[in-house]
Design a protein. Structure first.
Length: 130
């Protein structure tokens, strides 16, 4: 089905959005530490403690607001690369492809790149692999 990759990407983005929305609390996450006695780092808003500053900063950087912004951006890209029946330069008017990429290749390379993080998902079609 021509829009299978679109449905796949929208379903994965729905999952990421739901998880980030559920995790969203009062605001931005931030890092503090290390504690004098334990040497642990904290990620505030969750109260979680970590032995590594790098891990703590990584988690805080991916707070729900950041993740939701990324989901919104990826949805815009998916919309830009949705299939069209009017590919510029196509000899057949019914030809399907990506108008943005001006290719009949489907899914286009951009959608395959977007799907890449979910290559281990059971619904990932391995023909989408780069
Ligand atoms: Zn495209």
């Amino acid at each position: 089905m021509i829009d299978e990759v679109i449905a796949f990407l929208r379903a994965r983005l729905d999952e990421v959005e739901a998880a980030a929305s559920a995790a969203r609390t009062s605001g931005q996450w931030w890092v503090d530490g290390p504690a004098e006695q334990s040497g642990l780092w904290w990620v505030y808003d969750t109260g979680a403690k970590f032995e590594s500053e790098d891990v703590a900063r990584h988690i805080a950087r991916h707070d729900p607001t950041y993740v939701l912004d990324n989901v919104a951006t990826m949805r815009l890209i998916v919309d830009e690369h949705s299939p069209t029946s009017r590919v510029v330069g196509a000899s057949e008017p019914e030809a399907l492809g990506c108008r943005t990429c001006r290719t009949r290749e489907w899914p286009c390379r951009t959608l395959r790149i977007l799907a890449r993080p979910w290559c281990d998902h059971p619904e990932f079609d391995h023909t989408w692999r780069l």
